[in-house]
Design a protein around this ligand. Structure first.
Ligand code: SF4
Length: 313
């Protein structure tokens, strides 16, 4: 297969087992970890989206969530703590035909990489960002994270956290994400459907994925029972209306702190151009993928290294 088959439009039959590595490493997540739910939902979503492993790039950060790369067979990049998004952005800009998925934990994405999250959403890069939200730092043994509820006790906050947690859905909307949803590992049907929608969405799609950590965060339980806001008459709002979506997000975030789990689609805007489209519009991105040009000896570059050097001497 060509390294650029991601650019081809051929229809292919895809099976979820294609995303299982030939020599499958034994998953080292703890028994009952919500991370298994993300892996399973993603494996089921990809065939429905119609993408093959060689058309897909998965970029992960550091943490238990970062191990997703080891168990999901496609192009992969296990990056630095909080840095999955800039790498995913660069890959998407170089090869827009690639299906780019970034993944990381709540500490990775809302804390250490919070600035990248805000600006990737603002610029509406066409990718899916899955945040494994277990409300603690899991891999490093349960420290308080940006989404830990106020009062949550941990080794780093033995008297309880004095901070209000981050509101990830509201932050995402305010920053400019064009698709925002929350699902939970305990709800595999909804999780798969939301991942399909997020991956098919043209623009920055953010999925806050509640993943229970039975080892270090027993306070959070397993995020059950949960309510699907699209299936409950109590919640009647328009996901394309920014103000209604903002109110619904605030409600869901507040209720989670009280132990009530609301999941579903919160916001979608299909009218915005992606960052690549914006760059093409102003003539700063070529119509053909940069990645393809790089291997084309006859390609003519608007700006060569020599030209740039000449302009700076
Ligand atoms: Fe999952 Fe928590 Fe175990 Fe990490 S420490 S694998 S998040 S259960």
């Amino acid at each position: 297969m060509s390294a650029f088959s991601a650019i081809d439009d051929e229809e292919q039959e895809i099976d979820q087992n294609e995303f299982t590595p030939g020599i499958e490493p034994q998953a080292t997540w703890c028994p009952g970890c919500g991370d298994f739910g993300v892996l399973n939902a993603l494996k089921q979503a990809m065939p429905e989206v119609g993408r093959t492993p060689d058309e897909t790039l998965l970029v992960t950060g550091i943490g238990c969530s970062g191990k997703l790369n080891s168990y999901f067979d496609c192009y992969g990049y296990h990056s630095l703590h909080g840095r999955s998004l800039p790498i995913a952005r660069a890959a998407k800009l170089a090869n827009p035909g690639l299906e780019v998925i970034a993944a990381g934990g709540d500490g990775d994405g809302y804390g250490i990489g919070g600035n990248h999250f805000m600006h990737t959403a603002r610029e509406n890069h066409d990718m899916t960002y899955i945040v494994f939200n277990n409300e603690i730092f899991g891999l490093t043994k349960g420290q308080t994270s940006p989404t830990s509820p106020k009062g949550h006790k941990s080794k780093t906050q033995p008297h309880g956290s004095a901070k209000d947690p981050v509101r990830p859905l509201s932050l995402s909307l305010a920053s400019g994400a064009s698709y925002v949803a929350r699902t939970a590992a305990v709800n595999p049907r909804q999780a798969k459907e939301i991942l399909v929608e997020a991956i098919e969405h043209d623009g920055f799609a953010h999925v806050d994925f509640l993943t229970q950590c039975p080892t270090w965060n027993k306070d959070a339980g397993e995020y059950v029972p949960y309510t699907d806001i699209q299936d409950d008459d109590e919640f009647d709002f328009d996901i394309t209306d920014r103000r209604e979506a903002a109110d619904m997000m605030y409600e869901a975030e507040s209720r989670l702190w009280e132990g009530e789990v609301l999941t579903g689609r919160f916001y979608q805007d299909t009218s915005r151009r992606t960052y690549t489209e914006e760059k093409q519009k102003i003539g700063e991105a070529p119509a053909e993928p940069l990645a393809e040009r790089y291997f084309d000896e006859d390609a003519e570059w608007e700006r060569s290294v020599e030209e740039i050097r000449a302009n700076h001497t």
